[in-house]
Design a protein around this ligand. Structure first.
Ligand code: GLY
Length: 554
């Protein structure tokens, strides 16, 4: 007995799993190295996690142009050192001139206008949201938080292998001269090791640094933006920009297995409700006893996913415009009913699932970053242009790409959007309304203390991936790096398919098919940026090896 315990301990020491980056006081994990470094620098200079979130957000707008942005929007979840929490919603809003059927042709069929070009963007929220967060909760000077982005745009930065591939591969940008000029070197393309210098964007960021977000919404940038919109058939006007306001909301919060508290995104994100509903359904199934990655654990989890996405399509939208039935979707009776409807041996046909009585494959091109400071504040930010490089449009003279977030509305209720998403009346287009999102920045507490900060891009796959990382740590006892690295899967009700990363074994695939799942291989599902507070007091930062992220701290 003693001998086998010794052997076990020795094995654990020899095979400690994938190792996260560890630091004592503070940690930043983002999708791009320069942006992570900008966050760490401001923390070391005495800024807090909110200042770092501003610095990383603006830096990514320069160095990760497919998703980092000032032409898009997003969500910031904060848990302060004293236990308070808040959620800043700087999601884009539909322009004042938007109409419910604006993306339908004369026969009532959806056009491509919600996806590409000047009519696709919602009114951007990023500059306003970051400024709001900083003004209310930051500590450093605004100019210091914006400074790294100005420098990176003005002096340029080295293009990585992944960025070179991404810029070259964007068909969206190839259609618009200004995007093609700036990001694709006029069709000659950049090579890894080249420098990307963005003087127009540097001037915009410089004005934001000096004047504040006011420049973006009312000043020189706003006027030029509105002029270009009008000249190119876009809808966003100066009045739209002036009217933009972020919203501060109360995060959703729920217990999991007694000792954990999940704090997550409220509507207009669908993510928080989804994560809480799916975890609560799974909690009493005993699914975890089958082991991580087992066909049975995947089956139960996929069945919980399938059920939530039916609710998502029917009930979820911007809470300022639609009464989202949050408490009903998370009520004990309803969760019991959902749980009871899962057959342990057989996949349920999605045709047999309707939303409760009381889907989607959006683009992977969103981005997430997680930050913890030395005081114990934790921040999780997910923001986006929606599709990779958004609408493909760069505003001439301003150097920033515009989102195509209008496609996150159900452009025709009941009709799948560009990534197969279904939506209903709850998510129909209305002026000033925010489209439904899947972005799910999430913080987990253990015994009331911060434990995990997690999030990812990936459209509708966001919430299922965030949930899997949480399951991997809480239910399968993995460290955060193993939890992030572990192969993922996804189900979203419609289409009735179970997507598996290729690393899930052929044997497991076969077992899932035998249960009736329509399995499809997905090359890569999401890119997490996560932090764990380890029991020994260290912070563990885990970038996702699927992409070129960076975790760093001190
Ligand atoms: N555009 C991606 C999302 O908000 O879910």
């Amino acid at each position: 007995m003693r001998r086998s315990l010794t052997l076990l301990l020795a094995a654990a020491l020899l095979c400690p799993g994938a190792q996260p980056v560890r630091s004592r006081k503070a940690m930043v994990v983002s999708r791009e190295a320069n942006a992570t470094d900008a966050g760490v620098a401001i923390l070391q200079a005495g800024g807090n996690a909110i200042d770092a979130a501003v610095a990383v957000g603006f830096a990514l707008a320069v160095t990760h142009p497919s998703a980092g942005n000032i032409g898009g929007g997003g969500f910031m979840l904060i848990r302060f050192k004293d236990g308070r929490t808040t959620f800043i919603d700087f999601r884009e809003r539909a322009p004042l001139a938007a109409t419910r059927d604006m993306y339908l042709d004369k026969d009532g069929n959806p056009t491509q206008d919600s996806v590409r070009g000047w009519r696709a963007p919602g009114v951007p929220g990023t500059a306003s949201g970051l400024e709001y967060a900083h003004r209310k909760y930051g500590k450093a000077k605004w100019a210091d938080a914006v400074a790294p982005s100005v420098r990176l745009a003005r002096e340029g930065f080295t293009i990585s292998y992944g960025l070179a591939q991404g810029l070259k591969g964007s068909k969206a940008m190839a259609q618009f001269d200004e995007s093609k000029r700036i990001f694709q070197n006029n069709g000659r393309f950049f090579e890894p090791g080249d420098k990307l210098v963005q003087p127009e964007l540097a001037r915009v960021l410089d004005r934001i640094q000096k004047v504040g977000a006011k420049d973006f919404y009312e000043g020189e940038t706003a006027k030029l933006f509105a002029k270009q919109m009008a000249a190119n058939g876009g809808l966003i006007t100066l009045d739209d920009l002036k009217a933009y306001q972020p919203a501060e909301r109360t995060p959703l919060q729920s217990k999991f297995r007694d000792k954990y508290t999940i704090i997550t995104a409220p509507p207009p994100s669908s993510g928080g409700i989804g994560i809480l509903q799916m975890l609560s359904v799974l909690e009493k199934t005993g699914y975890e006893k089958n082991g991580a990655g087992s066909a049975q654990a995947i089956h139960f989890t996929a069945e919980a996913m399938r059920r939530f996405y039916a609710d998502r399509a029917e009930h979820l939208g911007d809470p300022d415009f639609w009464p989202v039935p949050v408490s009903k979707l998370l009520s004990v009776n309803y969760l019991n009913k959902l749980r009871a409807s899962i057959d342990p041996d057989k996949a349920t046909n999605s045709d047999a699932i309707k939303a409760g009585d009381i889907a989607t494959m959006e683009s992977a091109e969103t981005t997430h970053y997680s930050i913890v400071d030395s005081e114990g504040n934790a921040v999780a930010v997910t923001y986006t242009l929606n599709g990779g490089y958004g609408s493909g449009v760069t505003v001439p003279g301003l150097g920033f790409l515009l989102n195509n977030e209008m496609d996150d509305f159900s452009v025709k209720p009941g009709h799948p959007n560009m990534f197969g998403a279904l939506g209903g009346e709850a998510n129909a287009i209305v002026p000033k309304k925010r489209p439904l999102s899947s972005m799910s920045p999430t913080i987990v507490l253990k015994d009331g203390k911060p434990f995990l900060v997690v999030g990812t891009p990936g459209g509708t796959r966001i919430l299922t991936s965030v949930m899997q990382v949480i399951q991997n740590v809480l239910d399968f006892d993995m460290n955060i790096q193993d939890a992030v690295n572990f192969p993922r899967f996804h189900h979203q009700w419609r289409p009735d398919k179970l997507y598996l990363e290729p690393q899930i074994s052929p044997d497991t695939r076969r077992l899932l098919e035998q249960k009736g799942h329509a399995v499809e291989i997905a090359r890569s599902i999401c890119e997490m940026a996560s932090i764990q507070f380890e029991d020994n007091g260290w912070l563990a930062g885990a970038a996702d090896p699927r992409v070129e992220g960076k975790a760093a701290g001190y």
